[in-house]
Design a protein around this ligand. Sequence first.
Ligand SMILES: *[C@@H]1O[C@H](CO)[C@@H](O)[C@H](O)[C@H]1NC(C)=O
Ligand SMILES: *[C@@H]1O[C@H](CO)[C@@H](O)[C@H](O)[C@H]1NC(C)=O
Length: 629
Amino acid sequence: MRNFAATALAVVLAASSTLSPVSAFYLPGSAPHDYKKGDKVDVFVNSLSPMLNATLKSLISLDYYDERFHFCRPEGEPVKQPESLGSILFGDRILSSPFNIKMLENQTCVPLCKSSVPQLDAVFINARIRENYGLNFIIDGLPSSEQKRDTKTGETFLDAQGFSLGDATKDVHHPELNNHYDIYIQYHKRGTEHFRVVGVMVYPRSVDSIVKSETTPNCFVNAPYKLSDSQTNEFYYTYTVEFIESDIPWGLRWDSYLHVFDPKIHWFSLINSLVIVGFLTFMVAMILYRTMSKDIHRYNAVDLAEDVQEDYGWKLVHGEVFRAPDRPMLLSVMVGNGAQLICMVSVTLVFALFGFLSPSSRGSLATVLLVCWTLMSGIAGYVSARVFTTLGGETWKPNLILTATLFPIVTFTIIGMLNLFLVFAKASGAMPFGTILAILLLWFLLSLPLAVAGYFLGMKHGGFSHPVRVNSIPRQIPPIPWYLQPVPAAIIGGILPFGAAFVELYFVLSSLFGNRAYYAFGFLFLTFLVVTLTTATVSILFVYFILCAEEYRWQWRAFLVGGGSAFWMFVYGVWYWASRLSFGNFPSVVLYFGYLFLFSLLNFLLGGSIGYISTYFAIRRLYHSIRVD
Ligand SMILES: *[C@@H]1O[C@H](CO)[C@@H](O)[C@H](O)[C@H]1NC(C)=O
Ligand SMILES: *[C@@H]1O[C@H](CO)[C@@H](O)[C@H](O)[C@H]1NC(C)=O
């Protein structure tokens, strides 16, 4: 036992030291594009999204060509760029733009178009400026950003959040509109003729560029432009582009985007939580192991002496532990779907660990998650069938149907309702009809048949046989203390797994809301392992306590305690909302809480499933080792 502990700790430490976030590893997502001098460098525009600056004021992203913005349009219609499913799900809408940029040709103060914004739309745009919306350009696959300096380390980095639509910090009531863009494109020279784009920086500014005596806009006027909400506004959108030589090779061009804020704190808190949780888990495991082996020893000794058979503790209920719980149908469906989620998360994390989820292929994380979830539905069917048969369930048809449909229907309903909300809010995050159709097809053609096949395989393998017989007459259950009741136990038990996860959760949330690439997958993988271990241990420990209290209805309790971290995740989400986010609009709040609820539900199924499965095998092991006449 102790040996195992030492080895595990050594492995964890060795793994974490090689998985440093500073040298993040990823595979480039696409082939490099070689430009010749004078080749057109396309500028694509993505949807506008709120920027995380101290707080986040909205969650809704808006189409660039939303007619209320009156941005310059290309000739003809803007052309949609092909995107992955995951990228669309994350709200990317990438379209062509009227910028006319040629490789190695510096241009100064080029007018894009003269824009005319009526009063009502000026009110709309000013409100978005106050909400800190940012523009997102994409040039050669790279997100545009301002170069920033980390005040703590002094390093410069690129922030993939985009650049601001305007500035409301000087005068909240009359914000400045950024109508001029200074674009700097860093290129890397290959040979004498070929050039590759390795960095894109955009610095927007506000300039009242219409000068009466001149016919073309003047970008060097020293006065900002403000939209008036009492008249129609006429002004120019302009840009300046400069090409700057860089020695960054193409393969490393994403490095400056993957900036770690305060890596020391990241490290410190992660190690801290790992050590605490690892220590706790091993203590708990040790106590459990010693108590159980003592129990088993004493029981067998008593038995041998043929003394008065004085049963005590968990072995009193040996004739009851395998009695089928209430609602075995629902339990098996939930455990099955939870097992599917466990596999989905594990496989995705392994993919991420090996660098397949490159920041350069947008939305790859969501795509991989979706595909894994679809392919893993066979596991849901298999596990559900075996759990259901073990629990003595016989009506397999409804169980099969519920396993294959209940959870997808609940998820689709929640997402569908949020989507309706987005449509009403005219947000670009709303899923296009084609995407919805694709997901439904994926589910219907792949997920559903796989679930059915898995279910039949599970039925063929059948249930597990019980190591001890179940008495025909149920025992009376004595009253048990309040903290062993299901709900308090779930809440108390959930603290440990959540405590292990929450540092990493904070980073994930920050990068999700800050539009930053999250890439510390090594940390995330370790955290997942620790959380799994903790969840399993806590559930087993709790079930051991209730069995000692002669309460034998453990199945649902094991699931609830395992899923208890979902409660804390929800509470944490509410706290994050109250302290870090300040949404000014109602749809953002609905969206946030809708997704928070969905994530908590996933967390509940996943944790509950870990709790139930690990406890089941622990209990089998426990009762296997006692001798019953
Ligand atoms: C964030 O807000 C602060 C103060 O409100 C401001 O000084 C800073 O420039 C802002 N940063 C961005 C990226 O908008
Ligand atoms: C473009 O501008 C940059 C920065 O001012 C300068 O270093 C570069 O030489 C210019 N390129 C050309 C082709 O003029």
